[in-house]
Design a protein around this ligand. Structure first.
Ligand SMILES: NC(=O)C1=CN([C@@H]2O[C@H](COP(=O)(O)OP(=O)(O)OC[C@H]3O[C@@H](n4cnc5c(N)ncnc54)[C@H](OP(=O)(O)O)[C@@H]3O)[C@@H](O)[C@H]2O)C=CC1
Ligand SMILES: N[C@@H](CC=O)C(=O)O
Ligand code: NA
Length: 429
């Protein structure tokens, strides 16, 4: 008997998934055992790029998750509610769930996985991080014997697309964002991409898999790309860096006592493996013992790529249903019970890039150096690059420093009579 899917959402990802499932020849034979039984949408009159018989499409999503005939609910609608409630209802009704929704999983994962474990069903989410890149299953299975030291990556396609176009074509932020929206990369509200929240959701999920504890989403520090200017992109290039929005989860000490989970635009050395990841591509670099470094690379957003991840989860569940094993597979289920302690951003030790606009007076660089020295900040390079109108532009890169100390120095520098403003402060990998 065919395994019946109830799909919630027929937008970019839902359409890509239905297209893939309908075009199953030459793919895994188990795909032929799947029936697209119901598809839930908001509007019945919207034109659709896929053909589905009228009785399949409905606006009654609650009926789908309560329908005893549905075996797997595939949540591709996005947003927090009603997605969370529909997922929980599906679980309560004994249905397995596939979701691409990192927002709901990163915030309500505790509640959802506890319910799933109690109900004896799985919630799979390969599409939620890295789009088409297999990263969730590798962390749960192929890499799970490693002790993970760090997971860092470019996990938002929209912002990587924007930064790449700004860097290579000198494009304006707003024009490139419109492009990313047209191509189906951006979230319904692109603020989630641009302000780093989407990447924050994703790094929280990766951290929970790699560091063996749930992550409280509110503890993840998130800074987006709005403040990244073409000027900083150009200075970074001169200094040997590219600017990337990175999600980073790493132990800060040898004894693994402190875990940092954060998202921010970062100056990445041009020689680093993540520096060459451009456009909508994502890459996740995992550092573990004994494996060393593994980089997972591929398309991070878009209909086809994301459908590949969604459909592989569906296939996994179809195989599970077909083999009918009574005991849960611990490599598919979530096993965490506790929350990890996250270290505040002020305790991070990192290098910084900062750009200052100063009055063109003698001794400004000396005063900057003295103030930094007072807070234990030593400088790797100082460049007085040119002028913006009457103001001299000074760019510094520091050696590693505790963020809290660096910020105190900046506050003091900002108050100096000779300093007009500090337009940019970025972390350096
Ligand atoms: N786009 C991408 O590249 C990727 C997206 N994701 C995630 O996948 C999910 C879907 O994204 P995407 O396909 O881009 O989103 P879209 O906005 O393109 O599609 C959302 C779909 O859900 C339906 N929907 C939304 N809210 C409701 C509701 N309250 N009731 C009924 N139907 C509803 C919409 O119906 P209607 O069509 O009638 O408006 C639409 O079909 C999100 O969680 C996103 O974060 C993950 C990886 C990549
Ligand atoms: N908006 C997201 C879509 C995939 O998760 C992105 O741009 O990466
Ligand atoms: Na993925």
């Amino acid at each position: 008997m065919a395994v019946k899917l109830g799909i919630l959402g027929l937008g970019t990802v839902g359409t890509g998934t239905v297209q893939l499932l309908q075009d199953n020849v030459g793919r895994h034979p188990l795909l032929q055992d799947i029936e697209i039984y119901r598809v839930g949408v908001r509007s019945l009159t919207k034109p659709r790029a896929v053909e589905l018989s009228p009785e399949v499409i409905t606006t009654d999503l609650e009926a789908i998750v309560n329908d005893p005939a549905v075996d797997i609910v595939v949540e591709l609608m996005g947003g927090l509610e009603p997605a969370r409630t529909l997922i929980l209802t599906a679980i309560k009704n004994g249905k397995h769930v596939v979701t691409a929704n990192k927002a709901v999983i990163s915030r309500f994962g505790g509640e959802i996985f506890t319910a799933a474990n109690q109900a004896g069903v799985y919630v799979l989410l390969e599409a939620a991080v890295g789009g088409g890149i297999p990263v969730i299953q590798p962390l749960k299975q192929s890499l799970s014997v490693n002790r993970i030291n760090a997971i860092m990556g470019i996990v938002n396609g929209t912002t990587n697309y924007i930064l790449t176009k700004m860097q290579t074509e000198g494009s304006e932020f707003d024009d490139v964002l419109a492009d990313a929206q047209r191509l189906g990369y951006a979230e319904a509200d692109p603020t989630a991409d641009v302000d780093g929240w989407d990447a924050g959701d994703k790094i929280a999920i990766l951290a929970s898999l790699g560091f063996d504890g749930r992550i409280n989403r509110d503890d993840v520090y998130c800074e987006g790309i709005r403040q990244v200017t073409k000027t900083d992109i150009a200075y970074s290039a001169k200094l040997g860096f590219v600017i990337k929005l990175l999600g980073i989860a790493q132990h800060l000490d040898q004894d693994n006592s402190r875990l940092s989970v954060r998202v921010h635009p970062t100056l990445v050395p041009q020689t680093h493996p993540l520096a060459s990841i451009n456009g909508v591509y994502n890459a996740i670099l995992v550092e573990g013992e004994p494996i060393g470094q593994v980089m997972l690379f591929g398309p991070g957003a878009g209909a086809g790529a994301t459908a590949s991840a969604v459909s592989s989860d569906i296939l996994n569940l179809v195989a599970t249903l077909k083999t009918n094993t009574a005991k849960p597979n611990p490599l598919l289920a979530c096993r965490h019970q506790h929350y990890s302690q996250i270290t505040p951003i002020s305790e991070l030790v990192t290098r910084f890039y900062a750009r200052f606009l100063s009055k063109d007076q003698a001794g400004v660089i000396g005063r900057l150096g003295t103030c930094f020295g007072n807070y234990g900040v030593s400088l790797e390079s100082v460049v007085q690059t040119g002028f913006q109108g009457e103001l001299a532009e000074i760019v510094v890169v520091t050696h590693t420093v505790r963020e809290g100390d660096f910020r105190q120095a900046l506050a003091e520098i900002q108050a100096m009579e000779s300093i007009d403003s500090i337009p940019s402060v970025l972390r350096v990998l």
